[in-house]
Design a protein around this ligand. Structure first.
Ligand code: HGY
Ligand code: MN
Ligand code: MN
Length: 421
């Protein structure tokens, strides 16, 4: 087992690598790396070099997931998957997603060529945030065989389809089915920053995720009548942007009075978008989440009703569509308990919690046991350049990870599990 200073050095390397990868961006001066964009190629090259240096075999699957395999003691041994996503939101921090990939490579390094009764496949998912095509989890959905024609036909703002983006990256969409994992997978483990204030508030470096809340993403388009801002009396307007604005306040109001609901309109686009023109069209994107699927779907129905009534009262028409309806997902109780023990062996007190952020683990959990370890987020800030981690917490996460691997390698219950896929 590595010494404390060994974990500290590894943590320095992991953190420095995350900051280096953050410079691979579509936007100079900030971090934005979306599905199969040009900087994703640089990211693949860099992470692959770290994987190859550890003797891992590296491949890229047909949706651009980067996959590095560290074999187990025996040929044909089962495997565990450890990873997270390589893509980012616009103006991102340096750790959301990518920390889980780089830390997994660090975990393989911490084994020091030691082999386990299972192989370790480190996965960097090509797309989790849903920025380029407004639909998240393309990378992990390929692993569980959930890529359909509707998704492949979706187009980005430049009219490029998912299928074309895959071809442009030099990959073959007809090979997507091969990205699905086989029947040799025992578990999926994801390290991720908490992206919220809970662990910092409690003074805990690491958390055990018990469940990931469900989320819906919907697009609402209000269509009114564009007109002259100076000559159109207030009582004769059909202002699409004013209708959207009234509805956005209703979104906030419903969340404030409904315990456990968080809802956000993070995107609003007005057309034609000129100061002296009443907006003829306003497009708003809703993100709404709750730990209970019933409460979430009830809130979505209420917000659709409210949008309808605001539009009707203002002589504006409404159309809406669902982009994502993801139910809440529980993490594997056995793995969560093992993570709790491993956190204690690393000298920390584990905190069991739900995740308000969505993660690839919620997709993978549809097919195989999945679990997550959270690292404390200083200031609770994420999806922003201020996002950070404490070096000591990264060292503790590595130490916890090594304990977890050792525990699973010695667990007859775990090794005796039949692999599902
Ligand atoms: O939006 C989320 O929940 C995550 O950051 N993709
Ligand atoms: Mn994110
Ligand atoms: Mn993430």
């Amino acid at each position: 087992m590595l010494t404390t200073s060994g974990f500290a050095n590894l943590a320095e390397q992991v953190t420095a690598r995350c900051r280096k990868l953050a410079s691979f961006s579509e936007d100079p001066g900030s971090t934005k790396r979306t599905f199969l964009s040009a900087p994703m190629r640089d990211c693949h090259w860099e992470v692959s070099s770290w994987m190859k240096a550890l003797g891992m075999t590296v491949s890229v699957d047909a949706v651009g997931n980067l996959r590095g395999f560290y074999p187990g003691t025996l040929p044909g041994a089962p495997r565990i998957l450890v990873g997270s996503h390589l893509d980012t939101v616009p103006n991102a921090g340096a750790f959301d997603g990518i920390l889980g990939v780089v830390l997994a490579v660090g975990l393989v390094e911490s084994l020091g060529d030691r082999r386990l009764p299972f192989g370790i496949e480190v996965i960097g998912f090509s797309e989790e945030e849903g920025v380029r095509f407004d639909v998240p989890f393309i990378g992990s959905r390929a692993l569980v065989g959930q890529i359909d024609q509707e998704l492949l036909d979706r187009k980005d703002d430049d009219g490029v389809s998912v299928r074309k983006a895959i071809q442009d990256f030099g990959l073959n969409p007809s090979e997507i089915s091969k990205a699905a994992f086989g029947d040799d997978v025992l578990a999926y483990i994801e390290f991720h920053i908490e992206q919220g204030p809970v662990l910092e508030h409690l003074g805990r470096p690491l958390g055990v995720v018990e469940a990931i809340v469900g989320q819906n993403r919907l697009e609402f388009t209000f269509s009114g009548q564009a007109n002259h801002a100076g000559t159109t009396p207030m009582n004769l307007r059909h202002d699409a942007l004013a209708a959207a604005a009234e509805w956005i306040l209703a979104v906030e109001n419903l969340a404030q009075r409904t315990p456990g609901i968080v809802s956000t309109v993070g995107f609003l686009e007005a057309k034609p978008g000129a100061t002296n023109v009443i907006a003829g069209e306003a497009r708003a994107m809703l993100d709404i989440r709750h730990a209970s699927d019933g409460a979430r779907t009830e809130a979505v129905d209420e917000l659709i009703r409210q949008a309808d009534s605001i539009a009707a009262r203002r002589g504006v028409t409404l159309r809406w569509r669902t982009l994502l309806a993801q139910h809440a997902v529980a993490m594997d109780p056995f793995l969560a308990a093992q993570i709790g023990h491993a956190i204690q062996k690393a000298g920390c007190e584990p905190h069991r919690m739900a995740s308000g952020a969505g993660h690839d683990a919620m997709i993978i959990a549809e097919k195989i046991p999945a679990a997550m370890i959270f690292l404390r987020t200083p200031g609770g800030i994420s999806h922003d350049p201020l996002e950070s981690v404490y070096l000591d917490d990264v060292a503790k996460a590595l130490e916890c990870g090594l304990h977890l691997l050792t525990q699973l390698a010695a667990s007859r219950e775990f090794l005796g599990r039949t692999c599902r896929a």
